[in-house]
Design a protein around this ligand. Structure first.
Ligand SMILES: [Zn+2]
Length: 290
């Protein structure tokens, strides 16, 4: 009886067993659902959720973790002071002036042998340089500035290395007779080629200053013809930029020598002005560039 009294009805016993089973069966399931919901919610808020990288491998750049300066390309320096060096460099109008001969190569002489072409060439060349340097954004390269001998190949090497816009060689003529000014260009020059335009404009302005004779722009070198391909003055043949060789009168001509001495400044002005105005006209020189 006690067994019977201590035991509730079958219905009451079934009710207690049911709650235990509910907890035992559904408890872990509910906990699992809660865990999965929390996990999913976290992933949705993760901005790097699509990334397969573990969180610890995502590097947020800081000032200390920026690339070291030495690993940056030269064209992108980090300091503001270095920025101007990577901006486009203003184009300088570069002219090579080449005083012919020099040193133990005196060039032509006057009849008495007392006057040397190399000295006249240097005087006029230095005067042209000084005129050119009065203009802004002009760079002048001299193949020599003193009485020294410079190989022709070295003169061309200087010019080509400078990336100059024009090359102008200054000489005086050596024939025993004759007078006047002539300018030589490469024999492949056409009427519209820059070297012929340069020579023509220089000669035009020299003529206005007064010369004994305008002998014109000549192709090749003395005695050559247009058909003798490759026959050119060395500096015209071996310079990369438009070039010309000015023969500023004859050393044997008293008239030319007197003109040279009395009009030196005018001649220098004429040559420099022609170079500046041609460069301006062809838009390779801009005096007002900032
Ligand atoms: Zn000469």
């Amino acid at each position: 009886m006690a067994y019977q009294n201590s035991n509730p009805t079958g219905r009451r016993r079934r009710r207690h067993i049911r709650w235990d089973r509910v907890i035992l069966v559904f408890g872990p399931i509910i906990l699992l659902i809660i865990f999965l919901c929390v996990k999913c919610g976290k992933n949705e808020n993760d901005p790097a959720g699509s990334s397969s990288l573990p969180e610890s491998s995502i590097v947020i750049p800081t000032a200390d973790s920026q690339p070291a300066p030495e690993s940056a390309p030269d064209s992108a320096p980090e300091t503001s002071e270095a920025v101007p060096s990577v901006l486009p460099v203003e184009h300088e109008y570069t002219i090579v002036i080449d005083p012919g001969h020099g040193g133990n190569d005196g060039g032509a002489t006057n009849a008495e042998g007392t006057r040397f072409e190399k000295d006249d060439n240097l005087r006029l060349s230095l005067a042209v340089r000084d005129r050119l340097l009065q203009y802004p954004h002009v760079r002048v390269i001299m193949t020599r500035e003193t009485d020294v001998f410079v190989e022709l190949s070295e003169r061309c090497k200087i010019a080509n290395a400078s990336g100059a816009d024009f090359f102008v060689s200054i000489h005086r003529n050596s024939a025993k007779d004759g007078n006047g000014v002539e300018i030589w260009v490469n024999n492949n020059a056409t009427d519209n080629s820059m070297d012929k335009l340069l020579a023509g404009y220089i000669l035009e302005l020299l003529d206005k200053e007064g010369i004994s004779s305008n002998r014109g722009v000549q192709l090749g070198y003395r005695g050559s013809t247009r058909e003798t391909v490759g026959n050119n003055y060395y500096v015209n043949r071996n310079t990369d930029m438009p070039s010309c060789l000015v023969e500023m009168g004859f050393m044997s001509s008293t008239i030319d020598n007197n003109n040279f001495d009395s009009k030196l400044d005018n001649y220098a002005d004429a040559i420099a002005t022609a170079i500046i105005e041609l460069g301006t006209d062809k838009q390779i020189y801009n005096a007002s560039a900032q």
